[in-house]
Design a protein around this ligand. Structure first.
Ligand SMILES: *Cc1c(COP(=O)(O)O)cnc(C)c1O
Length: 370
C-alpha cells in the first residue's frame, strides 16, 4: 500500500543522475577513478587521513574488526540498542558481543556500565552513535586507554554529528559510515571505513578486494579477503551526493524542529528526542517515545498506517532477537533501559521536503490515535 507519508525518501538531484550516467557511458563500472575521488572527498569531510569505500556499512564493520586484530574468542563491548549489523559483524570474526545497557537520554552505550563487563578476553569497544547523536566519548576513551582496548565507531547513523565540537568518526582506531538509501546521504548500497592509521587503511583496501597484496598485483593474494568493493556508479553517486549533504542535514534538522514545535504541548505522553549537552544531532531518524500508560505502540503503528502515515518500531533490542537469544541465552530483563526504549519507540516520517503542514498533520493524527 502506498502511504501518503513514507518513512524516508532519498534526495536525488539532476547532478546525481548525470554523474551515474557518465559512469555508465564510460564503460568502467568497477575499480575506476570515482571510488578514489569519493574516498578523498569523504576523508576530507570527516577529517581523517584515510577513507576506504566498501560495498556496505556492514562490510565496513567487518573489515574494521579484522583490521583491529579481533578474532575467535575475543570479547567486544557494544550496545544492544542498535541496528543488528553492529553485533552481527562481531560474530563474523568469531568474537562475542558483550552488551552494556544504554543511557536513557541519548540511547547510546552508558559509559558507567562498561568497566564491570571487562574481562581478560575484552579486546575492543564497538560504540554505535545511534539515530544521529554521538556517544559520550570522553569516559569511553578513558576506559579504553586504561584497559588497552581498541575503539571502533559505528557511525553509520551519525554522519556529521559532533561531540564537543569533534565529528563522529574521529574518535576510534577506525570508524564506519553507511550509505543505504535512508541515511543522510546515499549511494544505494555502500559504506566507508575512516581511519588515521595507514596500516588499517591498507588492510581494509586489501580485505575488500579478495585479500590482494598491497602492490595490487594480479593474483598476489596474501590473506583471506572478500569482495566488498564499491562499484563506480555508487562512488559517482556518493561523490555527487556530498554536495547536498550539508543541506540534507539542515533539512532533517528543520523537520525535527517542526516536530518539536507541534509535539511540545503533548510532552507528557510523547517524549521527543533529547540531545545531550556537547552533542549535535543529524537526525538519521526521528524517534519519539510513547509514554501514555496502556498505549500499545504496535497498535498506534497500525492506526497511523490506516491513515496514510508510515511509522516504525525503532529499534528492537538486539539481544532479544531469537537468533541472539538462542545463541547466547539472553532474556527479557537483561538490558532494561534498552528494552524499555524498544517497547515505546516510534520513528516518524523524516525526509527532505516535508512541509510544516505535513508535520502538523502527522502530529495531529498521532495525538488523535493515542
Ligand atoms: C545502516 C547501519 C549499518 C550499516 O548498514 P548497511 O545496510 O550494511 O550499509 C550499521 N550499523 C548501523 C547502526 C546502521 O544504522
Amino acid at each position: 500500500m502506498k502511504l501518503r507519508y513514507g518513512m524516508a525518501r532519498p534526495h536525488i538531484t539532476k547532478a546525481d543522475k548525470r554523474a551515474v550516467e557518465r559512469v555508465l557511458d564510460s564503460g568502467i563500472l568497477s575499480i575506476g577513478p570515482n571510488v578514489e575521488k569519493f574516498e578523498k572527498a569523504f576523508a576530507r569531510q570527516i577529517g581523517t587521513r584515510y577513507a576506504v569505500a566498501v560495498s556496505s556499512g556492514t562490510a565496513g564493520l567487518h573489515c574494521a574488526l579484522i583490521a583491529a586484530g579481533i578474532t575467535e574468542g575475543d570479547e567486544i563491548i557494544t550496545t544492544p540498542f542498535s541496528f543488528v549489523a553492529s553485533a552481527n559483524a562481531i560474530l563474523y570474526v568469531g568474537a562475542k558481543p558483550v552488551f552494556v545497557d544504554v543511557d536513557p537520554v541519548t540511547y547510546n552505550m552508558d559509559p558507567a556500565l562498561i568497566e564491570k563487563k571487562i574481562t581478560k578476553k575484552t579486546r575492543a569497544i564497538l560504540v554505535v552513535h545511534i539515530f544521529g547523536q554521538p556517544c559520550d566519548m570522553a569516559p569511553i576513551q578513558r576506559i579504553a586507554k586504561k584497559y588497552g582496548l581498541t575503539i571502533i565507531e559505528d557511525a553509520c547513523e551519525s554522519l556529521l554529528s559532533t561531540y564537543r565540537g569533534k565529528k563522529a568518526g574521529t574518535f576510534g582506531e577506525s570508524s564506519v559510515f553507511a550509505f543505504y538509501a535512508n541515511k543522510q546521504m546515499t549511494t544505494g548500497e555502500g559504506g566507508m571505513v575512516c581511519t588515521n592509521d595507514a596500516r588499517v587503511a591498507r588492510l581494509c583496501k586489501s580485505l575488500r578486494n579478495q585479500g590482494r597484496g598491497e602492490n595490487m598485483q594480479w593474483l598476489d593474494h596474501n590473506r583471506l579477503g572478500y569482495n566488498y568493493r564499491m562499484d563506480e556508479m555508487s562512488a559517482a553517486l556518493g561523490l555527487s551526493q556530498m554536495s547536498v549533504l550539508a543541506s540534507n542535514i539542515r533539512e532533517r534538522r528543520r523537520v525535527a524542529r517542526l516536530y518539536e514545535k507541534y509535539l511540545k504541548s503533548h510532552e507528557r505522553i510523547i517524549q521527543v528526542p533529547r540531545v545531550a549537552g556537547g552533542n549535535t544531532h543529524t537526525y538519521f531518524v526521528y524517534v519519539v517515545q510513547l509514554l501514555k500508560p496502556g498505549v500499545r505502540r504496535d497498535d498506534i503503528i497500525e492506526k497511523l498506517k490506516r491513515r496514510g502515515i508510515a511509522s516504525k518500531p525503532y529499534l528492537p533490542s538486539i539481544h532479544l532477537f531469537s537468533f541472539y537469544k538462542k545463541r547466547f541465552g539472553f532474556k527479557r530483563g537483561d538490558f532494561p533501559i534498552s528494552e524499555g526504549i524498544s517497547d515505546r519507540a516510534l520513528a516518524l516520517p523524516l525526509y527532505r521536503g516535508l512541509t510544516e503542514r505535513d508535520v502538523k498533520r502527522i502530529v495531529a493524527t498521532l495525538t488523535s490515535v493515542i
